[in-house]
Write a protein that binds this ligand. Structure first.
Ligand code: ZN
Ligand code: ZN
Ligand code: ZN
Length: 329
């Protein structure tokens, strides 16, 4: 039977399609990157790129070779300089200039690595770099929210093979965060508990059929009402609304669960493209009792349909319990 399932946080409905994958053609797998196949990869250490001078952060060894490097995006979607200027247009419209920060976090100097093939300590450094940039940008009171996004593979919109993620800091709160904030506030109003903490509690009860991994600090799972086949969330077990408060111990454990989860996705789903998104609370709130930061990973297996765009009702071709079972393999 096909099923309608409701996401507990946002109230969003999804259709879990009973016919599953048979009815839909899968998007192609990503070919594995070859060692330095591009002459002018802008992110390789030896590339003479004009963004070189404007480095925002790097971790370097004694020979001055970097292992992680953060630079401004060459074609930023926001301006990093100037004052925020809001105005009304006519009687009904609002406009403001796009002030913020759009940064590229180069995850490794090695061109042919992927997030799952990086060693654990390199992933730890990457998470440290995210945290450092969050804390730095938080000083700028114009910026309201920071999102980390990774597009892996062509089917997920990835343009450069070299492993990297993007940081986008905006003077507004994005819609998806607003929906999560509103839903979790409503839930907290009823229950006096964080909805994400309740989800973790529920998922850890037997039979644990949607869990992929869990350690003392993090849990990775396929949610009850996922929008996409094999959608996976990684949540910290200790309540915390703001990613930038992540502790040293949590960084170590996040590196390990992230690598292990991505490895399972790559092996069991034959190296699909994916989007990875880090959702954290508004920067001005250091602690919200109702919100809980997390990572969402969306493997790109099927194209979205017009119905999904038009209705906001997603159609998922894999039952989440089956998805988790396969990913645990
Ligand atoms: Zn490269
Ligand atoms: Zn919580
Ligand atoms: Zn989220």
């Amino acid at each position: 039977m096909s099923e309608l399932r409701k996401d507990l946080i946002t109230g969003r409905w999804v259709i879990i399609h009973k016919e599953g994958r048979r009815t839909k053609k899968r998007l192609p797998s990503q070919s594995l990157a070859k060692p330095k196949d591009e002459k002018d990869c802008p992110f390789c250490p030896e590339s003479i790129s004009d963004i070189k001078e404007k480095e925002l952060l790097s971790y370097r060894d004694q020979e001055n070779r970097w292992s992680i490097r953060v630079v401004p995006d060459k074609f930023p979607i926001v301006d990093s300089e100037g004052e925020l200027d809001k105005e009304g247009v006519g009687v009904v419209y609002d406009r403001m200039n796009s002030i913020g920060s759009h940064e590229i976090i180069i995850e490794s100097p090695m061109h042919d690595q992927t997030l799952d093939t990086l060693p654990y300590d390199q992933l730890e450094k990457l998470i440290w770099a995210y945290k450092e940039r969050f804390l730095k940008l938080k000083e700028n009171k114009t910026i309201k929210h920071i999102l980390i996004v990774k597009n892996y593979g062509k089917t997920a919109g990835g343009l450069v093979i070299h492993p990297h993620s993007q940081l986008i800091a905006l003077p507004i709160i994005p819609k998806s965060i607003n929906e999560e904030l509103a839903g979790s506030k409503k839930y907290f109003g009823f229950h006096q508990r964080c909805v994400y903490c309740d989800i973790i509690y529920e998922e850890l009860r037997k039979p644990k059929e949607r869990i992929i991994f869990n350690n003392n600090y993090f849990i990775s799972l396929v949610p009850f009402a996922p929008r996409f086949s094999y959608e996976t969330w990684i949540l910290p077990c200790t309540h915390n609304s703001s990613f930038e408060n992540i502790s040293d111990q949590e960084i170590k454990n996040l590196a390990s669960i992230l690598k292990d989860t991505l490895t399972k996705i790559k092996i069991n789903l034959n190296n699909p493209g994916y989007n990875l998104i880090l959702h954290s609370g508004p920067l001005k709130e250091n602690y919200l009792p109702e919100y809980h930061w997390h990572i969402e990973i969306m493997p790109k297996l099927y194209r979205s349909t017009g119905y999904e765009w038009g209705s906001g009702v997603y159609i998922n071709y894999t039952f989440p319990e089956k998805a988790a079972q396969l990913l645990r393999r």
